[in-house]
Design a protein around this ligand. Structure first.
Ligand SMILES: Nc1nc2c(ncn2[C@@H]2O[C@H](COP(=O)(O)OP(=O)(O)O)[C@@H](O)[C@H]2O)c(=O)[nH]1
Ligand SMILES: Nc1ncnc2c1ncn2[C@@H]1O[C@H](COP(=O)(O)OP(=O)(O)O)[C@@H](O)[C@H]1O
Length: 204
């Protein structure tokens, strides 16, 4: 029987650098896992492509996906829906390939309940002041919203203890390399290797 792939979930507070670290990981030629493209109701930003960056949906279309149970998880984040189409995840894992999700923390908690065997990695900022710095530098939020995000970030940071690993996003390349090392280590730890050895020992 085909061994299943590993479900890798990268999450963490808004502004910590999840998207940046994910893009760094997927720009490296030796990245051996598949990116799960999310569905969202937010409008495309300049340069974003449907089916590559996100599947862009209307609210009605998204709500239909929810009703039809097409999402592994979904969350409402700053006024828009974001969710993971379940079919791609299941098919890819069943084919023995690893799937990578980059999602916010509410969605990650839902995945934890449905896929406890997944690998959950929390991306943490070097400090709260550096997190604030990154949100301010991105320049997409007003002062009031930044205060709200920082309050939310404290609650999100408390969820760190529910994850298997914490990676500090000090430098993007370092963080991406740590994520890759964790995935390699996890493969060594998991049953799939043991199965191989079991079979070998049975033959001898
Ligand atoms: N729960 C959930 N969160 C997602 C999904 N896709 C993206 N996100 C998260 O939604 C948040 C907003 O994403 P986006 O609008 O692209 O903005 P940015 O990542 O902050 O530049 C980020 O924290 C993403 O990690 C998803 O399928 N499910
Ligand atoms: N290691 C890092 N050092 C400095 N700035 C970073 C680092 N990682 C990300 N950033 C910056 O922080 C901001 C938030 O990153 P982003 O990837 O959008 O976060 P998230 O997806 O977690 O909301 C962006 O302006 C990004 O360029």
């Amino acid at each position: 029987m085909q061994e299943k792939g590993l479900l890798i979930v990268l999450s963490g507070p808004s502004g910590v650098g999840k998207g940046t670290v994910r893009k760094e990981l997927f720009s490296q030629h030796d990245t051996a896992f598949e990116y799960s493209v999310s569905a969202t109701t937010r409008l495309p930003r300049e340069g974003e492509q449907n089916g590559v960056d996100y599947f862009f949906k209307t609210r009605e279309e998204f709500e239909e996906m929810i009703r039809e149970d097409q999402l592994l998880e979904f969350a409402e984040f700053v006024g828009n829906y974001y969710g993971t189409p379940v079919e791609y995840v299941r098919e890819t894992l069943d084919a023995g390939r690893d799937v990578f999700l980059e999602i916010e923390v509410q969605g990650a908690s839902q995945v934890r309940k449905k896929f406890p065997e997944g690998l959950f990695i929390f991306l943490a900022p070097p400090s709260l002041s550096e997190l604030e710095n990154r949100i301010v530098t991105r320049g997409t939020e007003t002062e009031d919203i930044i205060k709200g995000r920082m309050k939310a970030a404290r609650e999100e940071l408390e969820m760190m203890e529910l994850y298997d690993y914490v990676v500090e996003n000090d430098h993007v390349e370092n963080a991406a390399n740590r994520v890759k090392s964790i995935v390699v280590a996890e493969h060594c730890r998991r049953e799939r290797v043991q199965h191989r050895y079991k079979k070998m020992l049975e033959v001898e």
